[in-house]
Design a protein. Structure first.
Length: 113
């Protein structure tokens, strides 16, 4: 924890005129670093529930055997869709973080980072 804050302090001291802009970048870095994909996972969850409900009510018949087969498969579909959405959300945040680091290294000429 001390090492990144030292780099931020060094960056702020090296570019005192850009302090506000650097602090905005620090906020974005923290946002991307601690993103856990919950927002996109929730969107995937809602979409999967909607897709399952449309499929379920437009499927064949509502017999007991069909219900015992369709509901567990639907729950599995909803669960895996949520996990996939969460993983995609984390991946997008990591990609944005890497691109932001690359941009900052180029903009402030941070060598050896």
């Amino acid at each position: 924890m001390k090492k990144p804050s030292f780099k931020i302090d060094t960056l702020l001291n090296s570019f005192p005129n850009d302090r506000e802009e650097i602090l905005l970048y620090v906020d974005r870095v923290m946002k991307y670093r601690y993103e856990r994909g919950c927002s996109l996972g929730a969107k995937f969850l809602l979409a999967a529930i909607g897709i399952f409900l449309i499929y379920f009510f437009h499927s064949h018949d509502f017999g007991l055997a069909n219900l015992l087969k369709e509901i567990p498969l639907g729950l599995l579909f909803i669960f895996t869709s949520s996990i996939i959405g969460k993983l995609i959300g984390i991946g997008i945040a990591r990609l944005r973080l890497a691109l932001l680091y690359r941009y900052l290294i180029g903009k402030y000429h941070l060598l050896g980072e």
